[in-house]
Design a binder for this molecule. Structure first.
Ligand code: GAR
Length: 219
């Protein structure tokens, strides 16, 4: 059983996708143990409370620097024996020391096909504004491991979504969420919980189910 902490800052539709997947028993033994928000007004907190998940708020502005914020976050996660951290619309950049401590144990969902429209300054609606500005015909979402480089960690899953000629940033965001993010994120969490994600030379290999069963039974 993998205890999962979901870090949020906003509406929490990706958190909801995880809550719904857990209710269908689709997280491969992963348990949504804890939701932490950087924003006390995030609707994601209401979603978590309705699902009976423990919540907490940790505001960046209450700490002198990112290091101290990371240390406080780390302490809360260790106490709960968390095995996987999921960034689901978490808008606070984590310090390098935190990313190193939790190497290959933090997943992030990003609303574009990385390496397009990613990195510092590309978050939420801004990503879709930039995609429309560029005139891309296809965009999508990516779930990746978190490293010290913003949006630069190893890619786990990606899904393409077509851009419509009359899209606004809002309509595109909605479609990318529904057709890609909300599908990919629970899938990636399940793959992690099944022990099927291996990072090799900065790239993720996904073991097929039989392979994982064989290696577990040979241990
Ligand atoms: C999602 O589109 C997520 O991919 C994005 O913020 C939104 C949060 O929505 N995250 C980033 O841009 C991170 N770089 P939600 O709170 O409804 O899940």
């Amino acid at each position: 059983m993998t205890k999962i902490a979901v870090l949020v800052s906003g509406g929490g539709t990706n958190l909801q996708a995880l809550i719904d997947a857990a209710a269908r028993d689709a997280l491969a033994g992963g348990v949504l143990d804890f939701v932490l928000s950087s924003n006390p007004d995030a609707y994601a907190l209401t979603r978590a409370q309705s699902a009976g998940i423990d919540t907490s708020v940790l505001r960046r502005r209450d700490f002198a620097d990112a290091e101290q914020y990371g240390a406080a976050l780390d302490a809360q996660l260790r106490v709960r024996d968390i095995g996987l951290i999921v960034l689901a619309g978490f808008m606070t950049v984590l310090p390098d020391s935190f990313c190193r401590k939790w190497e290959n144990k933090i997943l992030n969902v990003h609303p574009s096909l990385i390496p397009s429209f990613c990195g510092e300054g590309f978050y939420g609606l801004r990503v879709h504004e930039a995609a429309l500005q560029k005139g891309v015909k296809v965009t999508g979402a990516t779930v990746h491991f978190v490293s010290e480089v913003v949006d630069g960690g190893a890619i786990i899953l990606q899904k393409a979504v077509e851009v419509a000629p009359d899209d606004t940033p809002e309509t595109l965001q909605k479609r990318v969420m529904a057709q890609a993010e909300h599908i990919l994120l629970p899938q990636a969490v399940a793959l992690f919980c099944q022990g099927r994600l291996q990072v090799c030379d900065g790239r993720v290999q996904i073991a097929d189910e039989c392979e994982t069963e064989r290696s577990v039974s040979n241990d």
